[in-house]
Design a protein around this ligand. Structure first.
Ligand SMILES: NC(=O)c1ccc[n+]([C@@H]2O[C@H](COP(=O)([O-])OP(=O)(O)OC[C@H]3O[C@@H](n4cnc5c(N)ncnc54)[C@H](O)[C@@H]3O)[C@@H](O)[C@H]2O)c1
Length: 500
């Protein structure tokens, strides 16, 4: 069923890149209409969707909007009519792209944005002969589109400020990072950089200096890691040290004149060179199928992105900003119903939370429950500001029960029942659900502490009042099954009461 109220995107050309766009839009809650001339496009897009479902939602620490519907349309006009954003991702042939824009513009509204995934064409080339040239912009993404946030935007003179603003907000809404180019150029910015490295790499193989696996090692064990977090110029700044960038640059001229690059020259892709590269690539990676390499790549990217997220840096900082935007302002206790356990978590299980058994690994349960405890405490007033003023709760004891498996990509929610709030102590009970299935519980004894003396101390009256309000309401709830259980020996409710 088409999600009502959802925004609509159309994807024209659904190969590697179009499939990735469809997944990003749909997982961010948009309905997506797909048009491809190839009848086999649907299973391919569905395979991309399955990979994206496992990988993408776990980038964020909040639940994404409900997934939109992806529908397939033989008729291009049907796909694009009424769509707010139309993303063209047909093969890189200018005359084909022109044909496709003519058909799109004959059916779409003037307000729609037509983005092209083109790796190399300029917007002025794309818009040649178009009915409304200003409507077509370059929106160049990176594979896998559902994980990598960068989209290079190249606009033309007719794009207009209002459309530029809509491009910016729409891409932000789907968790992407639009990089607006100052002027058009063949192959934009990122592919220029990649092309330089690619050409050098071809020379290195052609000249027998290094094999494909060695070139890849030179990237992934070294500067590739550095570039994921700081890029070229910030890294150069560090390399310049206290001497400073100006001094370092003034000394760099000699190297630029030296034979450190073959960029002025292009290696010819002879049959021999093609065979050399293909054979080396086979021996480097041929034992793994493409689908397996894609899964490995996705899991690695999720781990890197979540690492940057914990550091609130680079692409990770964008993920945190998206968390805040999607999660919205936290609801206060006064606005919540206290007649049941309080909602304290909703998220997808990230790929890097799965262990070799394919399900969420033990310590991640504690992470998810720990986040729920933070959320519960913030609700009763122990938030960042309160902690900065010198008081907090420490966890004194924890008991987690693992009741059912949750796999990477699974959507979990957590609710929290307050079992006891007495003096310095609070005892809470979390339940973790996947849909209506109870998958784990956690019971924690929390102790209120003074952060200066690092000793237990009674909470101030207002915090006690809020805790008391929740405790009084939750006293009417049945004691949760499993509360007060010892490891390996669940005790009865009577036992739980005695344990108090
Ligand atoms: N592959 C990448 O890494 C990458 C990265 C960024 C941008 N791009 C750009 O994205 C675009 C698509 O590249 P791709 O790698 O996804 O190609 P692809 O060959 O995987 O997919 C192209 C799809 O377009 C379909 N198609 C062909 N003619 C069509 C038509 N007239 N109407 C509708 N669908 C049609 C094909 O059936 C195919 O499914 C290109 O412009 C490319 O430069 C590619």
């Amino acid at each position: 069923m088409v999600a009502s109220g959802a925004r609509t995107a159309a994807v024209v050309g659904a190969g590697v890149i179009g499939g990735g766009w469809a997944a990003r839009f749909a997982l961010m809650g948009w309905n997506v209409r797909v048009h491809d001339t190839d009848k086999d496009a649907q299973p391919r897009v569905e395979a991309v969707m399955a990979r994206a479902r496992a990988a993408m939602p776990g980038l964020w620490d909040v639940a994404l909007p409900e997934e939109g519907e992806v529908s397939f349309h033989e008729d291009l006009a049907e796909a694009v009519t009424g769509a707010e954003w139309i993303q063209e991702s047909v093969p890189e042939r200018l005359e084909l792209k022109h044909e496709v824009y003519a058909a799109i513009q004959a059916a779409c509204t003037e307000a729609a944005i037509i983005g092209s995934s083109t790796s190399g064409f300029r917007p002025s080339e794309l818009a040649e002969g178009a009915a409304r040239p200003g409507q077509i912009v370059v929106a160049h993404p990176f594979d896998p589109v559902y994980l990598l946030p960068l989209v290079e935007i190249v606009t033309g003179p007719g794009t207009g400020d209002a459309r530029i603003e809509r491009i910016r907000t729409t891409l932000r809404d789907i968790g992407s990072h639009p990089l607006f180019l100052r002027r058009e150029i063949d192959a934009h910015v990122a592919d220029r950089l990649l092309e330089a490295v690619w050409r050098e790499a071809l020379w290195l193989v052609s000249d027998g200096v290094a094999e494909t696996a060695e070139i890849d090692d030179a990237i992934r064990y070294g500067f590739g890691l550095r570039w994921a977090q700081m890029g070229l110029f910030e890294s150069f700044r560090i390399a310049s040290g206290e001497t400073g960038v100006r001094q370092a640059l003034s000394q760099a001229g000699a190297v630029l004149k030296g034979p450190w690059s073959k960029l002025t020259d292009v290696p010819e892709l002879t049959e021999e060179l093609i065979e050399t590269i293909a054979a080396q690539s086979d021996s480097q990676s041929g034992r793994r199928a493409i689908a397996e390499l894609e899964r490995i790549r996705d899991a690695n990217l999720v781990a890197i992105l979540r690492g940057l997220k914990a550091r609130d840096w680079g692409a990770g900082r964008l993920l945190n900003a998206t968390d805040r935007r999607i999660g919205g302002a936290p609801q206060g206790l006064d606005a919540m119903s206290l007649t049941g356990p309080l909602p304290t978590g909703a998220r997808a299980v990230p790929l890097d939370w799965a262990d070799r058994n394919g399900h969420m690994t033990e310590h991640r349960y504690l992470q998810a429950f720990g986040d729920a405890t933070d959320r519960f405490l913030a609700l009763v007033g122990c938030d960042d500001e309160y902690i900065a003023c010198g008081q907090s709760f420490f966890t004194a004891e924890t008991h987690i029960r693992h009741l059912a498996e949750v796999r990477a990509g699974g959507q979990i929610t957590i609710d929290t029942q307050l079992l006891l709030a007495e003096g310095r102590r609070a005892r809470i009970f979390h339940r973790m659900w996947e849909s209506s299935r109870l998958v784990a519980t956690a019971e924690h004894m929390l102790v209120h502490v003074d952060l200066e003396s690092r000793r237990a101390a009674a909470p101030p009256a207002d915090l006690q009042e809020r805790l008391g309000r929740v405790a009084k309401a939750h006293a009417h709830l049945p004691a949760p099954e499993g509360a007060g259980a010892a490891v390996g020996r669940p005790i009865s409710r009577k036992g739980a009461e005695e344990a108090e």
